[in-house]
Design a protein around this ligand. Structure first.
Ligand code: ATP
Length: 314
């Protein structure tokens, strides 16, 4: 579990590309053993942050401190501790898996038996030892992602930064990736993972950072974020046709997921804020409709993100 000294401290990070403020004053901390999801729409600034954290890019201002070392001023002192799995990883197609991993182990500065052992270790960890002699251009997308993962693990880095690791993977490959990520968590690695597949991220991460247009708009553990809002699912009956009621509810912006269930029954959800708001909403609803069923549940990660974003833009 996380201890109390951060492994990484990011303060007031800013990065422009011309007029675009891709990262706009971002601050957060990562603690050893934490697995944190970085969530944001396209262009929110996730990749730009990640590239700066792993010293591939330099901020215009702000600080990145890795275990007490200024990573902006002294990138060479921290690089060996950082693992990077980029989005859209395309390894050299005509080399074999072993040659490719061996190349990076060499670049890491390993030689002789140590290098051999390290290559064997990462291939074994990612369950791709049997693919060692295959040319990379003969592998599936899921197998290629495992190579990206194996490459990231060379030298046993402590902080692992993964940009969209689940993108383009089929369900089985996603399950395998999730398992590998969870194995890394068990080893005590610290992970920062971005993904658009939020259900996946929910299962791989213990806390989340929500981003919008270069800024952090919310962060916390899943429980903390979910506690901020509930959804109330209500089934209502109408004397008239369900379609008419559904259209009425859809026109009100408080209602979501409006579905016609039968000729005169509609099921819908809306977000509520605490017990008093719930009681008030139920009173209002029962004055208007015949409520035949309702239940309350916490928002899932995707709904929580959409709500935080909606609130911010209102
Ligand atoms: P996605 O989910 O689509 O990968 P993202 O959250 O990773 O998006 P970034 O790739 O960090 O977002 O981009 C943030 C913003 O910075 C975007 O407006 C993007 O167009 C811009 N940007 C990123 N890199 C560059 C660059 N090298 N030159 C110019 N603009 C850039």
């Amino acid at each position: 579990m996380a201890d109390s000294t951060p492994i990484l401290r990011v303060s007031n990070l800013v990065r422009h590309f011309g007029a675009v403020r891709a990262v706009d004053g971002v601050s957060f901390e990562l603690y050893p053993g934490q697995s944190v999801g970085l969530i944001g729409a396209n262009g929110a600034g996730k990749t730009t942050i990640m590239r700066m954290l792993i010293t591939l890019d330099t901020p215009d201002s702000g600080e990145i401190n890795y275990r007490g070392t200024d990573a902006v001023a002294a990138p060479d002192r921290v690089r060996g501790e950082l693992g990077w799995m980029p989005d859209g990883f395309t390894p050299a197609p005509h080399t074999t898996v072993r040659e490719f991993i061996d190349f990076y182990a060499r670049a890491y500065g390993l030689a002789g038996k140590k290098r051999e052992e390290e290559v064997a270790r990462v291939l074994e960890f990612c369950h791709i030892t049997e693919l060692s002699d295959r040319r990379i251009n003969t592998l599936s997308k899921g197998q290629t992602q495992k190579i990206a993962l194996a490459r990231m693990l060379i030298g046993n880095p402590q902080l692992l930064v993964m940009d969209e690791p689940a993108a383009g993977l089929d369900p089985q490959a996603r399950i395998e990736l999730k398992q590998l990520v969870n194995d890394l968590r068990q080893q005590g690695k610290t992970l920062l993972i971005s993904s658009h597949i939020l259900t996946e991220l929910a299962e791989m991460c213990d806390s989340m950072i929500f981003m919008d247009r270069g800024k952090i708009i919310s962060q916390g553990t899943q429980a903390e974020l979910a506690r901020q809002k509930d959804a109330l699912y209500v089934q209502v009956r109408t004397a008239g046709p369900a379609a008419a009621l559904a259209a009425t509810l859809r026109a009100r912006d408080t209602w979501q997921d409006v579905q016609e269930q039968a000729e005169n029954t509609v099921c819908a959800a809306f977000t509520i804020n605490g017990d008093e708001a719930l009681a008030l909403e139920l009173r209002r609803l029962s004055a208007e409709f015949l409520i035949t069923d309702f239940h309350r549940r916490e928002l899932n990660l995707e709904e929580t993100f959409v709500n935080v974003l909606k609130q911010r833009h209102e």
